[in-house]
Design a binder for this molecule. Structure first.
Ligand code: 6PG
Length: 254
């Protein structure tokens, strides 16, 4: 892991949410100072819920200027936006419904527009417009939040799946055999173009995967989270003590 990547072990889920909130708000301040807006790609799954709730409850009082935020999604399940498994629904319930982010600054993956490849292409087009990209240019998110699956996946970049090979497209459809389902995901080059990537990992069930990503020679194809290494950006791992239990090279939280 290069020197700009760093792993911070905190005591528990509560500390993880508080530390993550501070980091997100720091990145937001820096982005708004530098570029007058903060473009964040939210992580899916359950880990970030506590972070989203903390941002909703205390972000404004800690100086968050949500009017400058533009919210995207690192990945999405191919379900309607009000489905219990929708990452958009999770973010809306925990964060977006409670803060003053302009509605047209929230870029939902519109899973209803058609087949998975059409959804992915439509989402990529929205991102190109939002970032005003030149042809072939990758979007540079100010911050990409990511989680880690027990199998080493991140976003919807699952082991041994086709999305891992993508080097040109911004977002792709990805069939995941073990789920027997399609997902929509931003691609590895997009995450690696980000100004900052922040992984949030909690719970003892993630300890083997976290050790594999950070301390083993497992291949990126078998552990896609290992592919995430921003070429000109920071990589941070915020983990709780349970998830960090198998890390040999990182000091446990005091
Ligand atoms: C998703 C996420 C996925 C998630 C990990 C961890 O859509 O499920 O993008 O990559 O971050 O699976 O999920 P938990 O936080 O629920 O453990």
């Amino acid at each position: 892991m290069d020197v700009r990547s760093k792993v911070r072990v905190v005591t528990d889920s509560r500390e993880l949410a508080l530390a993550a909130t501070s980091e997100v708000l720091r990145h937001a301040r820096e982005a708004i100072d530098a570029r007058a807006c903060f473009r964040i790609a939210l992580a899916g799954g359950s880990t970030p819920r506590a972070l989203y709730a903390e941002l909703a409850e205390h972000g404004a009082e800690q100086g968050a200027d949500f009017s400058r935020w533009q919210v995207f999604f690192g990945d999405e399940r191919c379900v309607p936006p009000d489905h219990p498994e929708s990452n958009f629904r999770t973010a809306r319930e925990a964060l977006l419904a409670h803060v003053l982010i302009p509605r047209d600054h929230v870029y939902r993956v519109r899973t209803e527009v058609g087949r998975p490849n059409e959804v992915a292409n439509a989402y990529a087009s929205e991102i190109r417009r939002a970032f005003d990209l030149a042809p072939g240019e990758m979007p540079r998110f100010d911050l990409a939040l990511l989680g880690l699956g027990t199998d080493g996946h991140t976003a919807s970049l699952f082991p041994e799946t086709s999305a891992l090979e993508e080097t040109e497209r911004i977002a792709v459809e990805n069939f995941v055999p073990r789920l027997d389902a399609h997902r929509i995901t931003l691609t590895i080059p997009v995450f690696n173009a980000a100004h900052a990537v922040l992984f949030l990992v909690e719970g003892k069930d993630k300890a083997p995967a976290l050790h594999a990503v950070l301390e083993s020679d497992i291949t990126e194809r078998d552990c896609p989270a290992k592919s995430i290494a921003p070429s000109d950006g920071s990589l941070q791992w915020l983990v709780d003590r349970a998830a960090g239990a198998e890390l040999a090279t990182v000091r446990q939280a005091t």
